[in-house]
Design a protein around this ligand. Structure first.
Ligand code: ZN
Length: 237
């Protein structure tokens, strides 16, 4: 078992040396995905705001045309009132004039509000368009620089992990499996100890275990943190 423990210690050291490299390689696509989601969100918002602006402009057209109709109605009512042959007709004409005036006033107020809403929407749309263009260009440049970075990281990782397959080949499959499973959950899955303490979790190890670790007859894990323990003497001898 001794030789295997030596190989395992080397494997763990090798994997540790590539850990930052691998975590960056994992983070880059995640970061790009976040940026892409951001761009998509802005694009959706932009489309919604454009629709809202179109709807407001349509409303403005409708209200303007109604206003025009009412202005014509007002003129007709005035003419009718001027030509009234009786007091009753004159009163009716006055009422019609009033009704048209009131509606014209309402439409004008409404048009004022719509105009303000359109202005505000146009301003926010311009802002949104700027954000969208910015986000797109950030994404583009990050995609570009990521390619270079990934190539570099993969090259480095290749160097750092050079000889890894050979180490794996020297280890029983069960040991490799246990090690791989452990290291997905915790940092430093293999710990080199030099006294009766686990240097990872700082817990004292049972004296019997410390003796067995120096004998190097089998694979042991820390009873507290589950890390694989290897005694310093085993790899130094
Ligand atoms: Zn421990």
């Amino acid at each position: 078992m001794r030789e295997e423990l030596v190989a395992l210690a080397k494997l763990a050291e090798m994997d540790n040396s590539a850990r930052d490299n691998e975590s960056e390689l994992k983070q880059i696509p995640e970061h790009l995905e976040e940026l892409r989601t951001g761009v998509q969100t802005l694009e959706t918002m932009l489309a919604q705001e454009r629709e809202q602006l179109t709807a407001a402009e349509q409303l403005k057209t409708e209200q303007s045309s109604e206003l025009k109709d009412r202005a014509e109605g007002l003129q007709r009512a005035r003419k009718k009132a001027a030509q009234a042959a009786s007091i009753r007709e004159a009163d009716a004409g006055e009422r019609e004039i009033e009704a048209n005036r009131r509606i014209i006033k309402e439409r004008e107020d409404e048009l004022g509000r719509i105009g303000q809403a359109i202005e505000a929407k146009e301003a926010s749309l311009a802002e949104r368009e700027k954000d969208f263009e910015e986000a797109k260009s950030v994404l583009q440049s990050e995609e570009q620089s990521s390619k270079t970075r990934i190539t570099k990281l993969e090259e480095e990782r290749g160097k750092l992990l050079n000889g890894r397959d050979e180490l794996i080949a020297r280890l029983p499959e069960t040991v490799v499996k246990r090690y791989e499973r452990l290291r997905t959950g915790i940092r430093n899955a293999v710990i080199i100890i030099n006294d009766g303490t686990c240097t990872a979790c700082r817990m004292a190890l049972p004296p019997q275990l410390t003796i067995e670790l120096q004998r190097a007859d089998e694979l042991h894990q820390c009873p507290h943190c589950r890390r694989i323990l290897i005694h310093k003497n085993v790899i130094e001898d």
